[in-house]
Design a protein around this ligand. Structure first.
Ligand SMILES: NC(=O)c1ccc[n+]([C@@H]2O[C@H](COP(=O)([O-])OP(=O)(O)OC[C@H]3O[C@@H](n4cnc5c(N)ncnc54)[C@H](O)[C@@H]3O)[C@@H](O)[C@H]2O)c1
Length: 331
């Protein structure tokens, strides 16, 4: 039984607590949060103790630390947990700062401790099926990847201010998805962003609507479209065109009922947000982590891959400021 301590009891911490609770081979033993009311609420829901980060990281009974705190704390907590000999699962992104994330990778590389980064979408059965079909050559040579990723509504402005911006906070999921599906990093990225959804996001120096184009060494292209608002729900679609066919992932509707009348054909909206759309993926992701820890095999999403996605986010952020393509070799 893997005993897990959870750092951070906010939105995603609560999701992971549910996944840990549902898993037969792990147990949520403690939760911490600088905002103690969050930790107390989650601990009461799951019947575990409230401890500090330090107490969790140094507790000899705890085998794994799950980091779900704000992004600017991730590298410090990864390093502390690795030094204490824990297996680590850390939410994306690795850090707000690419330099700090690279330093974290350098500091932990020789430890041999397992570290996994939470790119949950890789574990979504539909996206995983695209990856498997593409790798098996079922559509020939991949040529054009298109990812649509719209949130139903923007997060609170206080979250936006500490998030690192749309490219590091939100598009990083899609940038990692591009790396996952294409199996390699692009050579260059061109991005544009604008603030159309919430003027406060623009005032905070961020964008809420963006497009990035990724160009690969052999000429392949990926296009990512992001918005912080979709009035109809969480829009998560992907298409991969290959030389011999096409793969497509559509939205998951709230129900599969389709009503057909003389007025037209109506189907349900997509599920509301990440909790509803990806809960199965969060559970599969946790299972992959627990299995890799138990079997001492490679982590399914490594810290290196977390840093690689952050490099793409950094390139997209720079490109959106200058309007020019940014080569990954210059990052
Ligand atoms: N994989 C996903 O689908 C997904 C979804 C949402 C958020 N995230 C990531 O998870 C992280 C948290 O996001 P969130 O939406 O849950 O934010 P949140 O603001 O809802 O929760 C963060 C929590 O961490 C606490 N916290 C901050 N610093 C801390 C520290 N040093 N020690 C202990 N607790 C601390 C805060 O008080 C808060 O309760 C971010 O890095 C975000 O990018 C990932």
């Amino acid at each position: 039984m893997l005993k897990v301590g959870l750092l951070g009891a906010g939105r995603i911490g609560a999701v992971h607590a549910v996944a840990i609770k549902a898993h037969a081979q792990c147990e949520l033993v403690a939760v911490s949060d600088v905002f103690s009311a969050n930790a107390e609420k989650l601990a009461a829901e799951h019947g575990c103790r409230v401890l500090t980060n330090e107490q969790i990281i140094t507790d000899p009974d705890i085998g794994a630390v799950l980091i779900a705190t704000s992004t600017d704390t991730h590298s410090d907590l990864i390093e502390a947990a690795v030094s204490a000999g824990k297996a680590v699962f850390c939410e994306k992104p690795v850090d707000l700062s690419l330099a700090r994330a690279r330093a974290c990778l350098a500091a932990t590389k020789s430890s041999g401790q397992p570290i996994m980064i939470g790119f949950n979408r890789r574990f979504d059965p539909s996206f995983a099926a695209v990856k498997a079909a593409a790798d098996a050559g079922e559509i020939g040579k991949p040529e054009l990847l298109s990812i649509t990723s719209f949130d139903p509504a923007p997060p609170p402005i206080d979250y936006v201010k500490v998030s690192g911006g749309l490219f590091r906070d939100m598009m990083i999921h899609d940038l990692d998805m591009a790396n996952f599906i294409m199996g390699e990093n692009p050579e260059s990225i061109t991005a544009i962003g604008t603030s159309l959804v919430d003027p406060d996001i623009g005032k905070a120096g961020d964008v809420d609507t963006a497009v990035a184009t990724l160009q690969y060494r052999d000429g392949k292209i990926a296009v990512i479209k992001n918005s912080r608002r979709a009035s109809y729900g969480y829009d998560q679609r992907l298409e991969l065109l290959g030389s011999k066919g096409h793969l497509q992932v559509q939205n998951v509707p709230e129900t599969t009922m389709v009503k057909s009348t003389v007025d037209g054909v109506v189907s349900a909206k997509p599920t509301y947000f990440f909790l509803e759309r990806y809960m199965p993926a969060y559970k599969i992701e946790l299972d992959a982590f627990v299995n890799a820890v138990a079997s001492k095999t490679d982590m399914p999403v490594t810290l290196e891959e977390g840093v690689a996605a952050l490099e793409l986010a950094e390139a997209a952020t720079q490109s959106a400021k200058t309007g020019l393509p940014v080569k990954l070799s210059d990052i």
